[in-house]
Design a protein around this ligand. Structure first.
Ligand code: 2AL
Length: 248
């Protein structure tokens, strides 16, 4: 089974971190291919960054379709381009936020999210509403670290995340913590040890959900709104998408 893990930001070192965390948790029969778009923001911390990065995610799925990928993971906590990506393939496509919410809801009745910046917390809140997890989440917390500090200032970032996770444990009345950034994929064990609560991280959760869906023979439904997009003309710099016929 080939799982394409798409890091929607263009920071190569973060793609490596994400790919290694995915590979460590993957079953022996699963091959992880971690990729990043050719163009886009180096980190995703706003609605604008998300909108731009979604195009890169879709291009990565189109490339994966040519290579016969069995499952896709969108490894940014805003799940940018998720439903559009699903339209392009019969394979399962899983966002790391939705994967983490589902997993956390299976092991606790209430969780809190610890993400990077306060301003990206609203994106997580929108996803909780959209996916129906609002009542499972007690609080969205921010460690107030820019995403790239996870790469450049790892020790300080880890300490801030642990501090915020301990506050969540002591103040929120929760059973589990969800880590709110793809760049935290390698921190689960250390944070869990330091905090003493189950810690759910989306990249690893998404690998296991992908393996489960593929193992069950389940992929993205092509009935209803997730059917392949209708073929049509595109203009300007998207002209190459005109009359595209996705693999049936
Ligand atoms: C993210 C993420 O997961 N990757 C990125 O660049 N931005 N989202 C976040 N909330 O920090």
């Amino acid at each position: 089974m080939r799982i394409r893990v798409i890091n929607p930001n263009t920071t190569a070192s973060m793609t490596t971190t994400i790919g290694e965390a995915a590979s460590r948790i993957a079953s022996p029969g699963s091959e992880i291919v971690a990729t990043t778009p050719k163009s886009g923001p180096v980190s995703i911390e706003s609605h604008f960054d998300e909108a731009i990065s979604a195009v890169g995610v879709l291009e990565e799925v189109m490339a994966g379709e040519r290579e016969g990928v069995d499952a896709y993971i969108i490894a940014c906590f805003g799940d940018p381009g998720l439903l559009a990506a699903r339209e392009l393939t019969r394979a399962p496509v899983i966002g790391i936020a939705e994967a983490a919410f589902h997993m956390a809801s299976l092991i606790s009745t209430r969780f809190s999210i610890v993400t990077t910046l306060g301003r990206t917390g609203i994106i997580a809140e929108h996803l909780l509403d959209q996916y129906g997890f609002r009542h499972h989440c007690r609080r969205v917390r921010a460690a107030e670290i820019p995403v790239l500090d996870l790469e450049h200032d790892g020790e300080a970032a880890l300490n801030r995340i642990i501090t915020e996770c301990r506050r969540a444990r002591d103040e929120d009345g929760i059973g589990a913590i969800v880590l709110g950034c793809g760049g935290m994929a390698d921190l689960t064990a250390e944070i869990s040890d330091a905090v003493g609560l189950p810690v759910v991280e989306g990249v690893t959760a998404a690998v296991k959900l992908s393996e489960a869906l593929v193992g069950l023979g389940l992929g993205t439904s092509k009935f209803g709104d997730l059917a392949f997009p209708r073929s049509k003309a595109f203009t300007g710099r998207f002209e190459h998408l005109s009359h595209m016929t996705p693999s049936e």
